[in-house]
Structure formats: structure tokens, C-alpha cells
Ligand binder design. Structure first.
Ligand code: SAM
Length: 232
């Protein structure tokens, strides 16, 4: 397999084009994670006292790779995409470990991590469940960081669907809208055919974090929707 460091050289471009679309997506996100000038670039701040770090919904470990963690840090990533975890495991540094699993049932003991983060993966999960799991595996005082999907993203997708006549996706957007409303009002989501996607609101997220045992201390809406919290 060619060594893929960036999507720019010809060999690497050809190799990517031959890949499964999900893997192509993860390699594209690796480029973004490594490019601080990219508009979608966002990574959690790492403190010098962070020793054990977890990325929930890590894909092939693109954020963990881009963070260039010191060798004293032990990092773990969990994702339900077995192919992404397998591909990432071949290229991550020695102190980064990737596991196939779900964010709703983290395979770690209580109080294992100083920092738990998730970049645009919680919108596909059962939020109450995954926040409770993040709180369980965090050390007291440990930090939680998540990049989420704001409602404006769903509105943009609906407008695009209407313009290009994508009726199937429009129906999916309707479902995501209803699920998001239920999440915002009742902290509940419904799964249909394995999908429980939502967009989030800052007030809804504050309630979900607090109910799960995390104390929110920062909510940023632009340029990215990012919430940060401490384990109480
Ligand atoms: C939009 S991608 C984000 C990947 C990566 N965090 C990034 O920033 O590029 C969402 C990821 O969440 C994963 N995912 C979705 N539902 C999941 C679940 N219930 N448990 C674990 N991973 C999940 C997907 O497989 C996918 O890799």
C-alpha cells in the first residue's frame, strides 16, 4: 500500500480514487485535520497534563494523527466503522490505539481519561447515552470537547435537496428534523433502520451534558459549533 501523507501527489490521488467512499471521506478529513487554514479545521486543545485521551467516532483516527501527540500521551479512538479502524490502525503512531466499537458502549473502565473528545460524530449517536458514557470514562475534573451539527446545517441541506430534487434525502431530513426536536425538548431520540441522526441546539446540549454528569463551561457557535464541559 502506498504511504499516504497528503492527497496531493499523483500516486496517492489514484489510490484514493480506488477506495471505498467512506475511506475516501476519512482521508479527506485527515487532510483537513492537518491543515489549520482549512475552514472546517477544528481540533481540541491538548494541555500538557493530558495523559490519556479518547476520541469517540474517530473514523480512521484522523484527529488523533493530526494532533501530533507527545509520546507520553496514550490515545484511544473508537468507531463503529470497522474498515476505517482497520485502515487507520496501519498508519497511526505507536501511542494511538483504534478500536471498533460504539460510542454508546465504550470499552473502557470508569475514570480512565483526562480528555474525551468527538469531532462531528455525536450527531449520529444516541446523545444521552454517549454523554453518560463519556462522563463515566472521564476522571473527575477531566475535560469533554465536542464539535456538533447546528440546526442551520439541516436547513442548508434541505435547501440543497429542494434545488437538486433529492426527494429521498429530503425525507431523511424530515426525520432528522423531528428527531432533533424530540432531542431538544425531551432529550430523546428514535432510531429508524439504525439511524438516529440529529442536529443540536446549545440549550439542548447544555441540558444533555448536565443530565449526563458533565458541567458545560463553553459553548461556541461560530465558526464551529463546539461545546466544552468538565466532569463534575
Ligand atoms: C462525520 S464522521 C467524523 C469522523 C472524525 N471524527 C472526523 O472528525 O473526521 C462520523 C463518524 O462517526 C462514526 N459513528 C457513527 N455512529 C457511531 C456510533 N454509534 N459509535 C461509534 N462511531 C460512530 C462513523 O463511523 C464516522 O466515522
Amino acid at each position: 500500500m502506498p504511504m499516504i501523507t497528503s492527497g496531493c501527489d499523483e500516486e496517492s490521488k489514484k489510490f484514493r480514487a480506488s477506495m471505498d467512499p467512506a475511506l475516501q471521506y476519512h482521508y479527506g478529513e485527515l487532510d483537513i485535520a492537518r491543515d489549520p487554514a482549512h475552514p472546517n479545521h477544528a481540533l481540541p486543545p491538548i494541555r500538557s497534563d493530558h495523559r490519556r485521551i479518547l476520541d469517540i467516532g474517530c473514523g480512521m483516527g484522523q484527529s488523533l494523527m493530526a494532533l501530533q501527540l507527545s509520546k507520553h500521551v496514550e490515545a484511544w479512538g473508537v468507531d463503529c466503522d470497522v474498515a476505517a479502524v482497520a485502515a487507520g490502525s496501519r498508519i497511526v503512531p505507536h501511542n494511538v490505539h483504534l478500536l471498533a466499537g460504539t460510542g454508546e458502549y465504550l470499552p473502557f473502565t470508569d475514570r480512565s481519561f483526562d480528555l474525551v473528545f468527538s469531532r462531528v460524530a455525536l450527531p449520529y449517536m444516541d446523545l444521552s447515552r454517549v454523554i453518560a458514557e463519556a462522563a463515566r470514562v472521564l476522571l473527575p475534573g477531566g475535560e469533554f470537547w465536542a464539535m456538533l451539527h447546528p440546526p442551520s446545517m439541516l436547513l442548508h441541506r434541505i435547501r440543497q435537496d429542494i434545488r437538486s430534487g433529492r426527494m429521498k434525502d429530503l425525507i431523511l431530513c424530515g426525520y432528522i428534523g423531528v428527531n432533533s426536536l424530540l432531542l431538544h425538548i425531551l432529550r430523546r431520540q428514535f432510531r429508524i433502520r439504525g439511524c438516529c441522526e440529529t442536529v443540536q441546539t446549545s440549550s439542548g446540549m447544555k441540558r444533555i451534558l448536565a443530565a449526563g454528569g458533565l458541567q458545560p463551561f463553553s459553548v461556541c457557535l461560530a465558526p464551529h459549533f463546539i461545546v466544552r464541559a468538565y466532569k463534575i
